[in-house]
Every structure is written in C-alpha cells, then in structure tokens.
Design a protein around this ligand. Structure first.
Ligand code: BG6
Length: 467
C-alpha cells in the first residue's frame, strides 16, 4: 500500500539503541562476577577476540552514557549479566554486581534516558550449565529467583523489561552463537526451549507482582519468511518455517500455547518436550504487555529437496534449511552486507504487519543494524553505508505506523561498538567507534561515527527528517 501522506512517529516514541552485557561490558570476572557459558567457552572462532574486555563499558559506562545523552537517546536497551547478580546462578547475591546496575540505571535516568533491561542475553551462568543448563527444570527456578532479585532491586527505577533475548536463535542456531555445546540432541534442545518458556512465564508474573507500573515483553528475533516461488509447496514451506522460527515463540509468549504447526514439526522430528503437570496453566497464566523483537532481514525458503542440499551452512542469519522439512534459498531481489546477511527494509514493514495482525500488542524494536568493517581515519569514521541501512529501515517503520501498527520505539544494534557473537570486534555496528582491534586493546577510546550525528538529527526531529 502506498500513502499520499504518512502518519508521523508517535509522541514519546522511544528512539533508542541496544547492547548486551557480555558483548560490551568486559570486566568478565570483576567484583565477584561468576563465569557465564560465554566466559568458559573452550575456543572462539579463529581470529576473533574473546569477551574478557569487550568495550570495557563496565569501567567506562559514565563516559558512554554521556555520549548516549549527547546522541539524544530516549531509551537505552542493555542486559543485566545474571552472573554479576548471582555468580553461580542460584546461590548468594553479589552486592558489588547489584551496585553496578544501580550506577548504570541512575546515570541513565539522570540523563533523561529510559532504561530498557533485558534479563538474559545469551550469558547463562556456567555453574548452571554444568548442572544441565536449560535442559534442567531447576534452571527455571534459578531464573525466577534471579528475576525476583532484579525486580526488587531495580523495579522502582526500571519499568521496561525484556525476558529472554532471541530464545529462538539460541534454539535454532545455538552452536553458531556459542550458547549450546555442539551435539546436543534436538529433543534436549526443545526441552530447554520449553523450560525457557516456563522461565519467561514466571518472569512475567513476578514483574507484574513486584514492579509498580512495570511492563514486560519477550524479545525474540522475528523475521518474515518468504517462499522462493508461488509454487504452493514453496508457500507451504515458508508457512512451516514461519511457524518453526517465529510463531512457536510468540504464540507461546502471548497466548500461552504451542503453535500447532510447530508442534506437529516437533512430533515429526521426535523433539517434543516433556510437559509436566501445571506447565500449561503457568504458560497461559499471564500475558506480556508488549512484544519486543530483533530484526535483521527476512529469510527465503523453498520446498524440501531432501537430497542433502536443504540446509545452507553459515550463521544465525544465513544457515536456513532443515533436511526434509524446508530448504534455504537466496532472495535474488536483496543486496547483502559485507558479512553475507541479506538487507530487506520492506521485509521489516511486512514483519511489523504480520506480528501486529496476529497479536495486537505494542511493538518495540530491540535490534536492527548493519555489521561492517568500519575504519577510523584521523579520528573519523565515514559510515554512510550504515546511515543508508538505518534510514531505509526507519522509513519502513513510518510506513508500518501509517499501516496502523502500534510501534513503541526503535533500538538499533548497537549503541556503541562491541564484540559480535562470533565474528569478533571487526564486525562493528555502533554509532560510537571503540578504538581496539581483535587482539590489541589499543586505547579503547570512543569516537563518534558519521551515523552518530545523523541519528542525533533523526531523534531531534522525531523521525520527521531522515536526510
Ligand atoms: C543478535 C543478537 O543475534 O544479533 C546480538 O541478539 C548480536 O547479540 C546481533 O550481536 C548481531 O549478530 P552478530 O552475530 O553479528 O553479532
């Protein structure tokens, strides 16, 4: 649909930006922090940094928040490292870790920036992982305990909460991201998924009970899946992948039930989880207040060929396909980033519409952005390619708003450079450049990229001027 006149971005729109604890903070063992699954990984992809120092945000958060304020951010989405709060996942609370997020939140509030806190972003406590991680039901209780601690600590100041970042990516691509040990059987992966659903349901209830005016939502990665052709079997394959990748997670988060096509897929592949007495009641007991979602690009799939070529190798954005279920395909209409990820701003609008039509809950974008090899020359980073990417996507948000979608805000990835999940420091997303290389920390100084000034202008004009 085309409009002669677009609706403006709503008043109070949360123009923001995002990070996650383990990718930005560093200080991986400081002040009593326990190790997470990320910290104890035996290896990292060749040529990429580990996360021990990252962007050293833990020590430089004041300087970073000052930059976010200068950028004009209305919201900052960050995650709370479970292992700073409860180092072994379910034991004693670590006061020094608790104090860090008080300092961060206080700095944000003093700068007029709304804190949006993710409870868990890929960094499960290693001590819990040693006891089976999410495959163990005990982790659900540990998460509920952690939730209670952080809601009581920060609930008077933090009103926007996200439960679990990209649960669907951890389930589908956990090996690529580094959250699942290679070789975990599929049935165990979906048992872990079921437990994360229960943990999320408990967090919703606790937030509503403990945080006055608190609002909480899930934060999966949602991206519409296109059929490669209009052949009915390709359309059906896209429908299957939409159910397996997207609706399984949101139907459960919003409606408290398993999506039937996704459930049929689990049955067909021998991966149905064990559901204990009371689980279904807990899952349906509460509803989120909004849906947060991360969007990088759509996917395209085709009917399975079942000749060994259904799965395309690669990472979370590329490795689409499952033998005999649906085949990954390339969309010939879409350009790609330097890292091979497709770029599809119009798919962003289509994804908004699809989520809104299904659930009619306000939508908050918690990630979207361009990973690129930025270069610092004379203190400057000319990242016009990132401006183009962001401009094209923000324009599609306004079209979605004009379509009638209730959009709360936009928090692109990332506020500042940080370490990519598996492609190191060189794959940069930030508005602020951090001066370090993969293995040489240099001086970790901060530099405003060209996209910084551009986004500053967008925010100042509430999206009216994207030039
Ligand atoms: C999402 C994650 O998958 O995409 C982030 O929530 C991640 O943690 C982002 O960094 C970009 O992915 P990558 O692999 O380029 O770091």
């Amino acid at each position: 649909m085309q409009y002669r006149q677009l609706k403006p971005f709503p008043e109070g729109f949360l123009w923001g930006a995002s990070t996650s604890a383990y990718q930005v903070e560093g200080a991986w063992d400081a002040d009593g922090k326990g190790p997470s699954v990320i910290d104890v990984r035996e290896s990292y992809p060749e040529g990429t940094a580990d996360f021990t120092t990252a962007s050293d945000h833990y020590h430089r958060f004041s300087e970073d928040v000052a930059l976010f304020a200068e950028l004009g951010l209305k919201a900052y989405r960050f995650s709370i490292a479970w292992t700073r709060i409860i180092p072994d996942g379910d034991g004693e609370v670590n006061p020094a870790g608790v104090a860090f997020y008080h300092r961060l939140v206080d700095a944000l509030l003093a700068a007029g920036i709304t804190p949006v806190a993710t409870m868990y972003h890929f960094d499960l406590p290693a001590a819990l992982d040693d006891k089976g991680g999410w495959t163990s039901r005990a982790t659900v209780d540990a998460f509920a305990k952690f939730a209670e601690v952080i809601f009581r600590e920060y609930g008077s100041k933090v009103k926007h909460w996200l439960t679990i970042n990209e649960q669907n990516m951890m389930v589908l691509y956990g090996e690529a991201i580094g959250t699942i040990k290679p070789g975990l059987p599929k049935s165990a992966v979906y048992q872990a998924n079921h437990h994360m659903m229960l943990a999320q349901a408990k967090a919703n209830q606790l937030c509503h009970a403990l945080v006055p005016d608190g609002r909480i939502g899930p934060a999966p990665n949602i991206a519409l899946c296109y059929p490669e052709t209009c052949h009915p079997e390709d359309v059906l394959a896209a429908d299957d992948f939409n159910a397996i990748r997207n609706w399984l997670y949101l139907d459960m988060a919003v409606e408290g039930r398993y999506n039937s096509v996704a459930w049929a897929y689990l049955e067909a592949t021998g991966a149905t989880p064990e559901i204990a007495e009371g689980d279904l009641e807990l899952l349906a007991a509460d509803r989120p207040d909004f849906i947060a979602f991360n969007y990088y690009a759509t996917h395209t799939v085709a009917r399975p060929r079942a000749d060994g070529s259904d799965l395309a190798g690669g990472d979370q954005q590329i490795a689409v396909g499952e033998q005999g279920i649906y085949a990954g395909a390339t969309n010939p209409y879409l350009p790609k980033t330097e890292f091979g990820w497709e770029i599809d701003p119009i798919g962003f609008r289509a994804t908004f519409r699809a989520i809104w039509d299904r659930y009619h809950l306000p939508l908050l974008v918690t990630e979207n952005g361009l990973g690129a090899f930025d270069t610092l020359v004379d203190g400057q980073v000319h990242d016009g390619y990132r401006i183009d990417y962001l401009r094209d996507h923000i324009a599609q948000i306004q079209l979605a708003v004009s379509d009638g979608v209730d959009v709360m805000g936009y928090c692109p990835w990332s506020a500042i450079d940080l370490v990519s999940t598996h492609q190191g420091v060189s794959k940069r997303y930030g508005f602020v450049y951090v001066n370090r290389d993969e293995f040489d920390l240099l001086d970790l100084a901060r530099y405003r990229k060209d996209s910084f000034a551009w986004y500053q202008g967008v925010i100042a004009g509430n999206g009216a001027d994207l030039s």
